[in-house]
Design a protein around this ligand. Structure first.
Ligand code: CP
Length: 315
């Protein structure tokens, strides 16, 4: 059975924790002698722009001993009418792993997931699961773990936010507070599901659509850019709605020890001020670097399943 990562809920608790811990290990120590992709061929198909995710999975494949076939948005016969299902049938006879960014319907990725080929969602319209895994590896690297953390997410409830909500709620005693503009929040169905899981784990997941009464003493303040790749805003006045949700240094009055995280790319002066993004609390560029380590953990999991975080470690 091929292992797929199309949404966070594809991962059992052991898979999720294993990938997160392994990503943190790769981030700290690099790949070492690990070559779990030796002899494997990974296809990387991005129909939308990407700097971090595409490079992370490409570089990660090569570092783990695999071979790479890269496709841009104009390269496949799907553009001339071949079906996604037929494309998947052909790919699965030639590739071991397909990493794909559609920024569209995740069902497309399910259609591609046939045969023995693993499919990894490198971002679809509804979820960005590999971002969440990199984020949790970053938290593990910085704080030593994820359980018990208090996270304030400010801004659009986009695909990154959805994956973050679903992943964080799986850890014990995590408190996650989202502040999103009206009409741009994480969908209620996702919030309800995550809140149930968080409650079972002794934590909480809540969303409000204003910036009043912010919770104090948060460990992390997280935002993403306001114009998510591949999306357009339906409300003409969206900038007015988003303006109160800019992350600036005033948020640190309530949480002086918080680190700042951002999935990047960033637009300084929109969702975050330059003072915060480039300031001492920011770990956003460590977070970006962790995308490579996390991509290696995901690729390794696709090929061999759960691995002890320290497997192959020297010393
Ligand atoms: N955060 C993220 O997914 O970055 P890219 O769009 O550059 O891959």
């Amino acid at each position: 059975m091929a292992r797929h990562l199309i949404c966070i809920d594809d991962l059992g608790d052991d898979d999720l924790r294993s990938i997160v811990a392994r990503g943190a290990h790769f981030g700290e120590h690099g790949a070492g002698d690990a070559r779990p992709l030796a002899g494997a061929v990974v296809g990387v198909h991005f129909r939308k722009t990407s700097t971090r995710t595409r490079t992370a999975f490409s570089s990660g494949t090569l570092r783990l001993g695999g071979h790479l076939v890269a496709y841009g948005p104009d390269d496949l016969q799907t553009n001339t009418g071949e079906t996604i299902a037929d494309t998947g049938r052909v790919f699965s006879r030639m590739l071991d792993v397909l990493v794909a960014r559609t920024a569209g319907d995740p069902l497309e990725l399910r259609e591609l997931a046939v045969g023995d080929m693993s499919v990894v969602n490198a971002m679809s319209a509804d979820e960005h699961p590999t971002q969440a895994l990199a984020d949790l590896s970053t938290l593990t690297w910085h704080f030593g773990g994820v359980s018990g953390l208090r996270v304030l997410y400010v801004g659009e409830g986009n695909n990154t936010a959805v994956a973050l909500v679903l992943a964080l709620s799986r850890y014990e005693r995590v408190r996650l507070e989202l502040r999103t503009p009206h009409g741009h929040g994480v969908p209620k169905e996702v919030m309800d599901r995550a809140a149930d899981v968080a409650a079972r784990n002794g934590g909480s997941v809540r969303q409000r659509h204003d910036m009043a009464d912010l919770p104090p003493a948060m460990d992390v303040i997280y935002t993403t850019r306001w114009q998510t790749t591949g999306t357009v805003k339906v409300h003409e006045d969206w900038r007015d709605r988003f303006a109160p949700f800019q992350v600036d240094s005033s948020l640190w009055r309530h949480s002086p020890r918080a680190v700042f995280m951002h999935d990047l790319p960033a637009h300084r002066g929109e969702e975050v001020t330059a003072e915060v993004l480039d300031g001492p609390a920011s770990i956003a560029f460590d977070q970006a670097a962790m995308k490579l380590a996390s991509a290696m953990a995901v690729l390794e999991w696709c090929r061999v399943g759960c691995v002890s975080p320290l497997a192959g470690a020297v010393g």
